[in-house]
Design a protein. Structure first.
Length: 359
């Protein structure tokens, strides 16, 4: 059993800003799930959609330009709406140390306004992390092209960007469509936000401070995000395996990263030194010894006999490819293969938290 280290609560101010309809839905999901330690904002050009938001703080973007009727799928209008509402956006960012921007790429408001929000957040000194979805192929070439242009622009202004391709989500078997496009796309950023908030706010065994976070995520570009949950005798290794084999990641390799942030949340009553050693041995085998690992451990006695892992990998080396006169980043992913005869391939296709939801 571990004993809690006595540390001061970190006063980091974290804001999660949902931009557009998809971003607003993710914020609603996080609020419903009770994500703690952050302040939620919703920003939209669509006045009716904004009224449905569960966020206490809201910004109507471009009321003069759009009349509250949305951006009509046009990123140019979304961008102009953000420019019109520049001072309101700055007020929303305020004195935040860290800003998460969540949005869907391929439409008008999320694609057009998100880069403006990210740019202002960085100008104001906040560590700025964007978590966005990329359309599925069946949504059409035009929507994909708009999304890729928006991602390229957002990548230039945010410190870190995590992209969740809907094609990866659609490839998961035996999951209802509504849960795939609604629950999964919201659950991944929700777990990332909670994992980072826990590291900064909760008292832990191995504490991190905001400088550690900045070192990993400042001016880092594309990032990989993995989440995993383990339960029972092999909970730590199971959790890290699930995070590393997350099927919703872009086509990158964790081993390409220069920095990895690892948050481990444990049950302080049952988690042992041996479990931690086994997990870290697995991490170093899978990722290699050249990666700089920033590691924190948080205790939550509400997760009985369980372990939760959040992984964020940054500093990925990319090659550039040209699409329609636009240069965008593209990488290569090879999921680390570490021998474990008890792992079943079918279990890796659907994360634990989704297998439980479908029961």
């Amino acid at each position: 059993m571990f004993n809690l280290a006595k540390g001061e609560q970190f006063p980091a101010k974290i804001r999660v800003i949902g931009v557009g309809g998809c971003g607003g839905n993710v914020v609603n999901y996080m609020i419903e799930k009770g994500i703690n330690g952050v302040e939620f904002w919703a920003m939209n050009t669509d006045a009716q959609d904004l009224k449905k938001s569960l966020a206490k703080e809201k910004v109507q973007l471009g009321e003069r330009i759009t009349g509250g009727n949305g951006a009509g799928g046009d990123p140019k209008i979304g961008r102009e709406a953000a420019e019109e509402s520049r001072e309101d956006i700055k007020a929303a960012i305020g004195d935040a140390n860290m800003v998460f921007i969540v949005a869907g790429m391929g439409g008008g408001t999320g694609t057009g306004a998100s880069p403006a929000v990210a740019s202002l957040a960085r100008e104001m000194g906040a560590l700025t992390v964007a978590v966005v979805t990329k359309p599925a192929t069946f949504e059409g070439r035009n929507r994909m092209k708009i999304a890729e242009e928006g991602i390229a622009e957002l990548s230039r202004v945010a410190d870190t960007i995590v992209i969740i391709p809907n094609d990866k989500i659609m490839a998961v078997k035996n999951i209802p469509l509504a849960k795939a496009l609604g629950g999964i796309t919201a659950d991944i950023p929700a777990k990332a936000v909670q994992g980072i908030a826990d590291l900064l706010i909760k008292e832990g065994l191995i504490n991190l401070d905001f400088k550690d976070l900045r070192k990993v995520m400042s001016n880092s570009g594309r990032a990989l995000l993995g989440v995993g949950i383990g339960k029972g005798e092999n909970k730590a290794v199971d959790a890290i395996q699930e995070a590393l084999n997350c099927p919703f990641l872009e086509d990158f390799e964790f081993g390409q990263a220069k920095h990895v942030l690892l948050n481990l949340t444990i049950d302080g009553e049952s988690f042992t030194n041996e479990e931690l050693n086994e997990m870290m041995e697995y991490v170093h085998t899978a990722l290699g010894d050249n990666i700089e690992l920033v590691f924190g451990v948080v205790v939550d006695n509400n997760i009985k006999d369980s372990a939760k892992v959040t992984l964020i990998a940054t500093g990925i080396e990319n090659r550039e490819i040209k699409i329609d006169n636009l240069y965008i980043s593209q990488g290569f992913r090879h999921t680390p293969q570490v021998e474990n005869k008890e792992i079943k391939r079918d279990d890796l296709e659907i994360p634990t938290f989704l297998r439980r939801q479908s029961d």
